[in-house]
Design a protein around this ligand. Structure first.
Ligand code: NAI
Length: 302
């Protein structure tokens, strides 16, 4: 088995001042990567800022003999995203790896969800990924190499009470990844997604205490480090990681039902009649990109 080594690689990790991001930064630095430790240092709901969060992790990396610089910008602004990428280019000359990890929570039931709490979460998770990834992607494209990891959540993939804003933002990252997978292909830029579950300040009141103790971010870091390595040539994978369990989630399509010869419009009653066939996920298919989806229309198009 080849060893995963990041010597000579430059990695930006957003929200690396605590939790999962800090763990990725330390583990990647131990394997030779030069790190931009980005963190705004605000509260769990994204209020305030404090450079101490990023500084502390930079000091920890240096104490291990690694190389790192801090960045205190918010990912949630265009200028912030550009400055995060420029910090890497100025300090280390390029960007090879980007982990979009910064995150906040503003949980409310849907009826109580106001625009401010909707936008705050969208801005950090979804627009934040756009703001940082776009300039990073540009540099990666120039260099013909890139590894990007987006951070989604089971709340988006499967649903979780009180998290409409967060779930929507997190699912937006899957759409972003599906397209970056295609646009990055010829530049050797691979974009994958992590679905973590780990102990951090975001989960301290969500996970039962006996789980919380055990759910070390390090379990998640192993999957993220692999997805950031040269050895990982997959793109568009959505990988669940928690406590040493790793699996793939995917948007798949069931076999469906053909209710027309391609000319006759089926009635709503005919759809109702075949509903169980339509919603079946027996022998699901995975489509790597939109045009592949049209293959299912073959029998009707004939
Ligand atoms: P955390 O709260 O320990 O770390 C998030 C970091 O992001 C904090 O240090 C915070 O200061 C930083 N941050 C927040 N807004 C920022 C901004 N605008 N610009 C720059 N930095 C900012 O939380 P955790 O758990 O480590 O979360 C990391 C990521 O993983 C988040 O995207 C979160 O949504 C996601 N996630 C975590 C899960 C878990 O079980 N811990 C589950 C599913 C997803």
């Amino acid at each position: 088995m080849s060893k995963i080594d990041f010597t000579g690689r430059v990695a930006i990790i957003t929200g690396a001042g605590a939790g999962l991001g800090r763990c990725y930064a330390l583990e990647m630095a131990k394997r030779g990567a030069k790190i931009v430790v980005n963190d705004l240092g605000g509260s769990r709901d994204g209020v305030g800022s404090d450079g101490a969060a990023a500084n502390k992790v930079v000091e920890e990396i240096k104490a291990l003999g690694g190389e790192a610089v801090p960045n205190y910008d918010s990912v949630a602004t265009l200028a912030g995203g550009e400055n995060i990428v420029n910090t890497a280019i100025k300090a280390f000359g390029k960007v090879d790896i980007l982990i979009n990890n910064a995150g906040i929570l503003r949980d409310k039931t849907f009826i109580k969800m106001d625009e401010e709490n909707w936008d705050a979460v969208m801005n950090v998770h979804l627009k934040g990924a756009f703001y940082v990834t776009r300039p990073a992607f540009e540099n990666m494209r120039k260099n013909g190499y890139g590894r990007i990891v987006m951070t989604t959540s089971g709340a988006g993939l499967f649903g979780n009470f009180g998290q409409t804003n967060y779930a929507s933002a997190k699912m937006g990252l899957i759409g972003l990844t599906n397209v970056l997978k295609i646009e990055g292909e010829k530049y050797n830029i691979k974009t994958n997604v992590i679905v973590p579950v780990a102990a951090s300040r975001l989960t301290e009141d969500v996970l039962p205490p006996e789980f919380f103790e055990k759910m070390k971010p390090d379990f998640v870091a192993s999957a993220v480090l692999y997805m950031c390595s040269e050895q990982c040539v997959d793109s568009g994978m959505i990988i669940n990681a928690a406590l040493g369990y790793y699996s793939r989630s995917a948007v798949v399509t069931g076999p469906g039902a053909i209710l027309s010869d391609g000319v006759k419009i089926p009635t709503p009653e005919e759809v109702m009649g075949d509903w169980s066939k339509i919603i079946s996920l027996d022998s699901p298919k995975y489509f790597n990109m939109l045009p592949e989806m049209f293959s299912v229309l073959g029998p009707v198009l004939k």
